[in-house]
Design a protein around this ligand. Structure first.
Ligand code: FE2
Length: 350
């Protein structure tokens, strides 16, 4: 039987021990010089990334191991460290996204230390792939992400039903959802709350299912009785959504999205803080999107005309803070036209 043999201290030098330690480690160990070039790549790193060490040594970490979208962040982080000596990443265990040789990305746990070699910093990264299915916490996370995607797709499908019945507003709810979520983000809402605004806006007009198609599709200006009929869509929407146990106030958004700050809205005539903040956001997004869209009975307003129109009613109909946030968003270059209509999910917390 083979016996464990203690190291022969006379024969093995410390550098041989260190070499054995690095070569046999289960974690990837990658050494990088201060220009970001790889100078050592252990067998575990080869296995994790799918590169042979010969293929990566001498190449930039940012070009080989980091997803394209994060390369700039990495380069800036390294430059920041070298310029200031500030060590936000050093000596901490963090979760990052890395890229394999086949360009697939994966979640990894990373810790980095810096040591001085010939008066220049050298960085040693310890990296563990945590995307493998043997990590149950990762499986649960993936499951939660899949369920959430499915939920979003289902709500989007419901949203399309309304748009099929109301041909003049095709895409309306999706554009309102994007704009409302962008406003919620600008208001520093949590990821979860942004999701609620997005999903609530995506089906805010679901109650239109109860409005006859001849009213929805009437090409001219609406008659008074049509308007009364249209107004019931808020209560109908609430009726449809209320039994669903959403973790967000989706039914309230459908009920309140036509309420005004001065109580002149419908269906309940709520005022100020009586109206849920989410509903006030969707209300402004709804008006801006509707005005900038073409209708058979009127041409589309320009963006500036639409924004000026909501500014005129600030405080009376629309929440002052939300109007400011909406104006600022467009000033910073947000564009309703740039929304990708095939994009299914608002990726706030995915
Ligand atoms: Fe509506």
């Amino acid at each position: 039987m083979e016996q464990f043999a203690p190291p022969n201290q006379k024969k093995d030098t410390p550098s041989e021990w260190l070499y054995a330690l690095v070569e046999s480690a289960l974690d990837g160990i990658i050494t990088m010089d201060c220009s970001g070039r790889i100078i050592a790549f252990n067998p575990a790193a080869e296995k994790i990334f799918g590169y042979h060490s010969d293929e990566v040594i001498g190449r930039l970490v940012s070009e080989t191991l980091i997803p394209h979208s994060l390369q700039k962040v990495h380069a800036n982080g390294l430059a920041h460290f070298l310029a200031t000596g500030r060590k936000e990443m050093i000596g901490r265990r963090v979760e990052v996204t890395a890229m394999r040789a086949d360009q697939s990305v994966f979640a990894a746990e990373l810790s980095v230390i810096s040591v001085n070699s010939r008066n220049k910093p050298v960085f040693i990264a310890y990296l563990r792939d945590i995307s493998a299915p043997e990590h149950p916490e990762n499986e649960n996370l993936q499951y939660a992400i899949n369920i959430k995607k499915t939920l979003m797709q289902s709500i989007l499908a419901v949203s399309r039903i309304i748009e099929i019945r109301d041909p003049y507003t095709a895409g309306h709810q999706r554009r309102v959802a994007h704009l409302a979520a962008a406003m919620a983000k600008a208001l520093n809402f949590s990821h979860e709350r942004i999701d609620g605004v997005f999903l609530g806006a995506l089906i805010h007009d679901i109650g239109k299912i109860a409005v006859p198609t001849e009213i929805l599709a009437r090409p001219g200006k609406l008659l008074d009785e049509d308007i009364n009929y249209l107004q019931i869509h808020c209560r109908k929407g609430h009726e449809i959504l209320e039994p669903v146990n959403f973790p967000w106030p989706v039914a309230e958004i459908a009920l309140q999205h036509h309420e005004h700050m001065d109580g002149s809205g419908y269906p309940q005539g709520l005022r100020d803080e009586e109206i849920l903040l989410e509903s006030r956001i969707v209300c402004v997004a709804d008006v801006v999107e509707s005005l900038t869209a073409h209708r058979p009975y009127r041409p589309a307003y320009s963006l500036e005309e639409a924004l000026s129109s909501i500014r005129t009613m600030t405080g009376e109909w629309y929440d002052r803070q939300i109007v400011t946030v909406c104006n600022d968003l467009f000033k910073k270059g947000y564009s309703i036209d740039a929304i990708d209509m095939d994009e299914l999910a608002w990726l706030s917390s995915l």
